[in-house]
Design a protein around this ligand. Structure first.
Ligand code: AMP
Length: 450
């Protein structure tokens, strides 16, 4: 049985992977499979449907990409516009990274692949699909558009992967996912990966998976043990000064900083630059090229600090990232798990630091409840002095969004090209979509670009 095999299997050969795949892994210096890979690879090779709770950074991409490539390499071929394996991902960053893994792991295999996402011209993507591809990685909105134009043929689809499914639901992709899955052959293998197993995720699994195997590497909603988490209690006005002091005095060289809004990200980035700290911001208002450039500079060490909103940072894979800072706590506790999952990846240790104001206390408690852990409180560095409070008007602008309506507004505000909805705009939008349920579809492309 698979469980027995996975318990004793210690290297990639034992998992039943083909020599061409094992060779690449050796070249990438992956010595042993990670726990999710040990459990998942044999099940996927066996053709099982799968529901896997795996935090980001655990090696989950290889856990599904490797066995899928193996399956595709030895039987069948994609004809014109056909797709044999489809990976749906919530953001273009994650889609790009999964596709990079497909290319890297499939280096010695004769397979074709493509990646499609919104916010860029569709023409080259249509061309890439024309010949047929073995693996397609896609964000839901753009894929649906391409399918509607007849650019893709799902009739030969063998495997569907819903990657970071919880995030796709959070981002409102459920309708797009349904419309895509309705077009796929029923006789397929379906794999679902999610950092958390919420009620909605279980409902989605019941709908799309057939007698799935369930793999849970760590308890749901737990944060990775390799991340040392800490909290600094600080006033809102003192946050920038504290971050600057920590980066400089503790000589942090590569820091991913999360803010809740794109304006907050821009503002913080400017302040850090004024302090002589090389920084860039990435969020939904930045072009795809600007985001890719900033990420590349950050990975190379040319940038010390990358300031990001949750949506933009989703799926970033930066090897051995040592520090994650929650400049603002996330409004949704699950996002905390995703954020700190950027560090402590694949066996490396990392640190997460949260800057928490009095107003943030309820959010911190919600995070601790979800992760079932108390985060260590650290005292402020010696000699630290918070600046005087800023004028009222400025404070109001920076005040974290709290109510559920405001939280929705802040999520939408990260979609590029969209204004943060005012209460009046939201009301208008609501009455429009009540009158015409299809009106919500107009948001799809904006979400895909996020
Ligand atoms: P993921 O959770 O898929 O985002 O992977 C996180 C990181 O772990 C990526 O940089 C992978 O290249 C790396 N990785 C995946 N599998 C292994 C492995 N078995 N050994 C070492 N690193 C790995």
């Amino acid at each position: 049985m698979a469980t027995l095999l996975t318990d004793i299997a210690m290297n990639f050969d034992d998992l039943g992977l083909a020599p061409d795949l094992v060779r690449v892994l050796g070249e990438r210096r992956y010595r042993d499979p990670t726990p999710i890979q040990r459990r998942t690879i044999p099940l996927v090779l066996d053709g099982c449907d799968l529901l896997a709770a795996a935090q980001t950074g655990t090696g989950k991409t290889a856990a599904f990409v490797l066995p899928i490539l193996q399956r595709l390499a030895f039987v069948g071929q994609a004809r014109r516009r056909q797709v044999r394996a489809l990976v749906l991902a919530p953001t273009r960053e994650l889609a790009l990274q999964v596709h990079e893994s497909v290319l890297a792991y499939g280096h010695y295999l004769q397979l074709r692949s493509a990646v499609v996402f919104g916010g860029v011209k569709a023409g080259p993507q249509i061309q890439a699909l024309a010949q047929g591809v073995d693996t397609l990685v896609a964000t839901p909105g753009r894929l649906l558009d391409l399918a509607q134009q007849g650019a893709v043929d799902f009739s030969a689809l063998e495997v569907l992967v819903l990657d970071e499914a919880d995030r796709m639901l959070d981002m409102g992709f459920i309708h797009d996912i349904r419309r895509i899955v309705d077009q796929l052959p029923r006789n397929r293998q379906t794999l679902m990966f999610s950092a958390t197993f919420s009620k909605d995720i279980r409902a989605l699994a019941t709908r799309y998976l057939i007698e799935p195997e369930t793999v849970e590497i760590s308890p749901p909603n737990s944060t990775t043990e390799l991340v040392q988490q800490s909290v600094y209690r600080v006033s809102r006005e003192g946050k920038t000064a504290l971050l600057t002091q920590l980066v400089k005095e503790q000589n942090w060289q590569q820091v991913l900083v999360f803010t809740r809004t794109k304006h907050g990200a821009n503002r913080l980035c400017k302040k850090l630059l004024r302090e002589g700290i090389e920084s860039a911001a990435i969020h939904g208002n930045k072009s795809q090229n600007a985001r890719q450039r900033a990420l590349a500079a950050f990975k190379e060490g040319a940038l010390q600090v990358l300031v990001a909103t949750d949506i933009a940072a989703r799926g970033l894979d930066i090897d051995q990232l040592p520090h994650v800072v929650n400049f603002d706590l996330p409004a949704v506790p699950e996002d905390y798990v995703h954020r700190i999952g950027r560090t402590g990846r694949a066996g490396a240790t990392g640190q997460s630091h949260s800057l928490v104001t009095d107003e943030d206390e309820p959010l911190l408690r919600a995070i601790e409840k979800l992760t079932r852990q108390k985060v260590r409180r650290l005292s402020l560095p010696e000699g630290f002095q918070a600046p005087a409070p800023e004028p009222e008007a400025q404070r109001d602008e920076e005040r974290p969004r709290r109510t559920s309506t405001e939280r929705r507004a802040s999520n939408t505000a990260d979609a590029p090209g969209k204004k943060a909805p005012t209460r009046r705009r939201r009301r208008r939008r609501r009455s429009r979509s009540d009158a015409n349920p299809a009106a919500g579809a107009g948001n799809r492309e904006a979400r895909a670009r996020a």
